[in-house]
Design a protein around this ligand. Structure first.
Ligand code: MSP
Length: 671
């Protein structure tokens, strides 16, 4: 079994988590899940970076003792992990005793190597980024990275002999060209090192919120020296425990640090240099992603343009948020986070492509084969079947390769190409037409089998990104538990298996951006106290395929008195739904009325309709019709009618039933 140690940055707790933090955590989680599916033993670490001047000042501003403030905001990051279903194995806080031990141990080792000396630091410091900045690098007297105002420091400080590692670092980069992904980021670091390295100040005396320097507690460690060590702490480094050595030996050589591109220098330069000095191997890999932009600028607390992950989970559901960010941001590039983009992807990719496939594939097996998966013997397959089988097998390989290369956006594009292909296969086959003639039974069997089996494969492929959707699809297919990627192949869905009822995965969202905006609060500063997640908008399992309005939007402007037009909200009060006619019988003593028993997805009900002159009862059974589902009951010829059938009636002519594609599941909303 391969080992895989994966880490996110540990997040500063000066402010509440936002989409930026959520992203790195979800990215690392998707990779962790994919590796577990590949049979790896994964150890996944995330946590909070709690020391330093920035946090200290944020606590003062909140009028709280720093440790109390730290507990509160760290808890919000821990809550984020729960809200986003992050599968981390550990959550580290740099204020924990285990971390003090590790940071002090690494300090001692570096000191023993002769790489620490005392001096005085006089120069500029950016508290937002917690970095020292040489004067020549200032831009308009501001931080070149974040544009914040810098502060002048003059204090006694311990220094790390970073300059000594110029050549070892350059040698290391040369021998490990794939140390950073994407590779071009390595060039940036290399250029920086080639320009010459100055020794680095690694302690502060002007505040006390940090880890004391061993044997000189007037100094606290520079927050980055302390923070980077967290990756070793979690494996037991510095604990003195016998088990720690085994864990370190097993996991440390496999470590991949997932980070945002703004902290590449700390991870690819300082961290390897500290480790080289301490006699510990340099990390295996660094994966640096781009920024989420909001209104064209990096989403960040200091700019005040952050989006709360809770709002998007509340409106679109967790899987949709996870899907959107993974699909929208190719590794290494920046991407814009916008309500429009997420709504478009939701309706196009999730509600339409994937949602339709799920509802068609499952519903057809219920409708035409009583919910039992038919067989598709290899020898009876035709080209259309074989092409789909071959494309599915190829997709399994390309998606696995995409995840292995941390190209999740590409892997999702490949998965969606397959989803569109199965949808096309179903439309080309048109089982609803074939099913009219028993002579086509075998072809219908094959079609239903391949639709359902490919859906099973798709559920497995989306599992790392959308674990809940994958589980729900598998539940409909009657499969318990995740499917391992090591044995994932086409054609393993068992013929004869009983499917469960279809449920709507991603009901289409019909709200406008303006209405959705009323439900999210981008650009608002986040509160200091941990936020509670909004109530998910996803309907409970088993609700019909309706586009559930996600929440009350703003009140529509009142129409002028002379205007007889209705607002969308008024129209939406009429619940039009797809129904299947199960039984039909003439109403005695009535020429016009027929009594129908219809399936509306969640229940069966009786409707009395005035269509008998146009449709004899036996022509009605099996039809897919549209009804008004929320009409008050009425008695017609002594029979209670629960709804109304929609039909178009030309002046003086017979009614003509409104029809929809018969593959639509009963209960689908019509609007
Ligand atoms: N505490 C340091 C990291 C120490 S690691 C030993 C830190 N913390 S942070 O709270 O500022 O988090 C920075 C990380 O959050 C980024 O590297 C990135 O992973 C994530 N992001 C924060 N804002 C982001 C965007 N706007 N876009 C994408 N990711 C962002 O730096």
């Amino acid at each position: 079994m391969s080992e895989s140690y994966l880490t996110t940055p540990i997040y500063y707790i000066n402010a509440q988590p936002h989409i930026g933090h959520a992203y790195t955590t979800m990215l690392t989680d998707a990779i962790a899940r994919s590796r577990r599916l590949m049979g790896d033993h994964v150890f996944f670490l995330t946590g909070t970076d709690e020391h330093g001047q920035k946090v200290d000042r944020a606590a003062q501003k909140a009028n709280l003792p720093t440790s109390v403030f730290a507990d509160q905001v760290s808890a919000a990051f821990r809550q984020m992990c729960r809200d986003l279903k992050i599968s981390n194995d550990d959550f580290i806080r740099t204020s924990e005793p285990r971390h003090y031990a590790a940071a002090q141990e690494i300090w001692r080792r570096v000191e023993r190597a002769g790489d620490i000396y005392k001096g005085e630091y006089e120069g500029w410091y950016c508290t937002v980024d917690e970095i020292f900045i040489p004067e020549a690098q200032l831009v308009d007297a501001k931080c070149p990275t974040c544009g914040s105002k810098v502060e002048r420091l003059k204090e006694e400080s311990y220094y790390f002999r970073l300059s000594k590692y110029e050549k070892p670092l350059l040698d290391f980069y040369r021998n490990h060209p794939d140390f950073i992904q994407p590779e071009f980021r390595l060039n940036e670091v290399r250029t920086f090192v080639e320009a010459g390295l100055q020794d680095l100040s690694i302690s502060r005396t002007s505040f006390t919120w940090g880890i004391p320097v061993p044997d000189d507690s007037r100094h606290v460690m520079y927050v980055w020296f302390d923070a980077l060590t967290n990756y070793l702490t979690a494996l037991g480094f510095g604990s003195g425990e016998a088990a720690a050595d085994e864990r370190l030996a097993r996991l440390w050589p496999t470590v991949t640090h997932f980070i945002g591109k703004e902290i590449v220098r700390q991870h690819a330069l300082y961290w390897p240099a500290f480790l080289m000095s301490a006699g510990i191997p340099v990390p295996h890999r660094i994966v640096a992603h781009g920024f989420w932009l909001m209104g064209g600028a990096k989403m960040s607390k200091s700019l005040g343009n952050v989006a709360r992950y809770q709002d998007y989970v509340g409106v679109f559901g967790l899987d949709a948020l996870r899907y959107f960010v993974m699909r929208e941001m190719p590794l290494g590039q920046d991407a814009s986070f916008s309500d429009e983009a997420i709504l478009t992807r939701f309706n196009a990719d999730l509600a339409n492509d994937l949602g339709n496939l799920v509802s068609r594939a499952i519903t057809m097996v219920h409708r035409y084969r009583g919910g039992r998966v038919p067989a598709s013997p290899v020898e009876s397959r035709d080209t259309l079947d074989s092409d789909l089988v071959a494309a599915t097998a190829a997709s399994i390989e390309s998606v696995k390769a995409g995840f292995a290369a941390i190209q999740i956006s590409q892997a999702l594009q490949d998965t969606w190409a397959l989803i569109r292909l199965v949808n096309k296969y179903i439309v080309e086959r048109a089982p609803w037409v074939l099913a009219k003639d028993r002579a086509n039974d075998e072809k219908v069997d094959r079609t239903l089998y391949h639709a359902a089996d490919t859906l099973r494969v798709i559920a497995a492929l989306v599992d790392p990104v959308m674990p809940d959707a994958a589980t729900r699809i598998r539940a409909m297919l009657g499969i318990d538990g995740a499917e391992s990627w090591t044995s994932l192949q086409v054609g393993t869905l068992t013929a004869g298996a009983q499917l469960r009822p279809v449920e709507a995965l991603f009901p289409r969202i019909e709200k406008t951006i303006e209405e959705l905006r009323g439900m999210t609060t981008p650009n608002e500063p986040t509160p200091a106290a941990p936020a509670t997640p909004a109530t998910p908008a996803q309907p409970a399992a088993g609700t019909p395929a309706a586009a559930t309005p996600v929440a009350a939007g703003p009140v529509a402007a009142a129409a002028p008195a002379t205007d007889s037009r209705i607002s969308i909200d008024e129209f939406m009060k009429v619940e039009l739904r797809v129904a299947k006619v199960l039984e039909a019988e003439a109403v005695p003593k009535s020429k016009k009325l027929v009594k129908l028993k219809v399936d509306v997805g969640t229940e069966q009900r009786t409707i009395v309709a005035g269509i008998a002159e146009a449709y004899p009862p036996d022509q009605l059974v099996g039809r897919t019709i549209v009804i008004v589902a929320n009409l008050k009951p009425a008695k017609l010829m002594g029979i209670e009618s629960n709804g109304m059938v929609l039909a178009a009636s030309p002046e003086g002519g017979l009614p003509n039933l409104v029809s929809v594609d018969p593959s639509l599941p009963a209960g689908s909303r019509v609007r």
